[in-house]
Design a protein around this ligand. Structure first.
Ligand code: ADP
Ligand code: ASP
Ligand code: MG
Length: 422
């Protein structure tokens, strides 16, 4: 029997009862004869609570210290879980990301994994112990400081360890029964997806389906690790994300699902002189500030006009930095006004079958119109259409698109077992 990596999210470890329940699942897997490496998230909303606490001390805490603080959440989980497993008569040892050999770059809060040297994990597994690793953290190769990999990144720790340990599978345990055609929290009629390709999941996750961390899917695809997303509260079959559709091509559904994202905001630079190079200057300033831009729309100047408006979306957390960077350019570029709107949401339709089926856009827009949703911006890729809408209309837009593409389940199968959705 090979190595199995299991990751348990915060909602599965919300309280002492949850920790004990998870311990039983782990011991059951171990008894089947597998070597088990477990990755844990912080209990419940601990990471958010630690962040809030830091904010009460300092509005802009030093990034190194914030990372040091946030990694504590996962350390609490790992130690408690090791105790719970020991109570069941199974030996277990917990390790911080650093002890587990998760080596990263030094970008605090969004560090990238450079290498994994899991010597201590391998020794623990060889000794018959369950190895428990604190998710979402590592140690910088250069500075030797503790780093975090970004919100939701315990999934990525798990997949990276699965690759390093040549595991058969990476199991992601969460508070829903797998990946659904839409977030079960807002579409009760969402349907469980049996199998998804890496490509489809990359789009779903990039569009806000937070059930898997985007980088975990990228990592799994590069290293060909099958991901099995399941609930830790049930024994239902869950969703497989793997390369099966590439190996044995199957008839693809036109639409895999509808994703939504409330973490972006929109900036409009009004009255930009319609001259070569002006847009480049604006976006260079944003790039220099380390800000990722998502959608961009530039209007054509009004007839006889000499200026234009440029709107784009960006992560809400970068809103203030972006506005400051652009304001500094105003005298030089000579635009009229900067407008900021964080009451927006993004709704995306994702499906590999879109490549070969015409009419998907028309049907999507008809569904949005039927729900009375006004579209502010549009962007597309080969297998995705995204729109920006008013934040209050996100739920209606998702439900209407889900229904229009016949994704609604005949009987409600989407159960949300825990979590606060925070
Ligand atoms: P964990 O604490 O286990 O990491 P997360 O909150 O990060 O859990 O991810 C699980 C949540 O993802 C679900 O509770 C659900 O609300 C949300 N979600 C969003 N889109 C989807 C989707 N398409 N399928 C399943 N869950 C989704
Ligand atoms: N605890 C971290 C977070 O809340 C990492 C994770 O849960 O994956 O973002
Ligand atoms: Mg998560």
């Amino acid at each position: 029997m090979g190595v199995v990596v299991q990751k348990y999210g915060g909602s599965s470890l919300a309280d002492a009862q949850g920790v004990k329940r998870v311990a039983q699942r782990i011991v059951a897997t171990k008894k089947l004869g597998h070597d088990v490496c477990v990755v844990v998230s912080a209990m419940g909303d601990t990471t958010d609570e630690l962040r809030d606490l830091a904010e009460q001390i300092s509005p802009l805490p030093p990034a190194r210290e914030l990372d040091m603080l946030l990694t504590a959440g996962e350390r609490i989980s790992m130690a408690l879980l090791a105790m719970a497993i020991a109570n069941l008569g199974q030996t277990a040892r917990s390790f911080t990301g650093s002890q587990a050999g998760v080596i990263t770059d030094s970008a605090h809060g969004r560090a990238k994994i450079i290498d994994i040297t899991p010597g201590r994990i391998e020794s623990a597994l060889a000794a018959g112990d369950v190895a428990i690793v604190a998710g979402f953290q590592g140690v910088s190769m250069d500075t030797k400081d503790v780093t975090t990999l970004g919100r939701g990144a315990s999934d990525t720790t798990a997949v990276a360890l699965a690759a390093a340990l040549a595991a058969d599978v990476c199991e992601i345990y969460t508070d829903v029964d797998g990946i659904f055609t839409a977030d079960p929290r807002i579409v009760p009629a969402a349907r469980r997806i049996d199998h998804a390709s890496y490509e489809e999941m990359l789009e779903m996750c990039a569009c806000g389906a937070k059930v898997l961390h985007l980088r975990s899917v990228e990592y799994a695809r590069t290293h060909d690790i099958p991901i099995h997303v399941r609930s830790s509260f049930s024994d239902r079959p869950g969703t497989w994300v793997d390369n099966r559709s590439e190996v044995e091509p199957v008839e693809q559904a036109i639409v895999t699902g509808v994703a939504h994202d409330r973490s972006e905001s929109k900036i409009t630079v009004a009255g930009v002189p319609d001259k070569v190079g002006e847009a480049a200057r604006l976006f260079e300033a944003l790039a220099d500030a380390g800000i990722n831009i998502d959608m961009i729309v530039q209007n054509i100047p009004a007839p006889g006009g000499t200026s234009t408006d440029i709107s784009f979306t960006l992560p809400r957390v970068d809103g203030q930095t972006a506005m400051e960077a652009l304001a500094r350019l105003q005298p030089e570029v000579g635009f009229e006004q900067l407008l900021y709107d964080d009451r927006v949401g993004k709704v995306s339709l994702v499906g590999a079958g879109m490549r070969t089926h015409p009419g998907v856009t028309a049907r999507f827009f008809a569904a949005l119109a039927a729900a009375g949703v006004n579209v502010e911006m549009i962007s597309t890729s080969e297998i995705r259409i995204s729109v920006i809408v008013d934040e209050d209309q996100v739920d209606a837009a998702v439900a209407s698109a889900h229904h229009a593409f016949d994704l609604d389940a005949a009987e409600v199968e989407a159960v949300v077992y825990g979590g606060t959705g925070r």
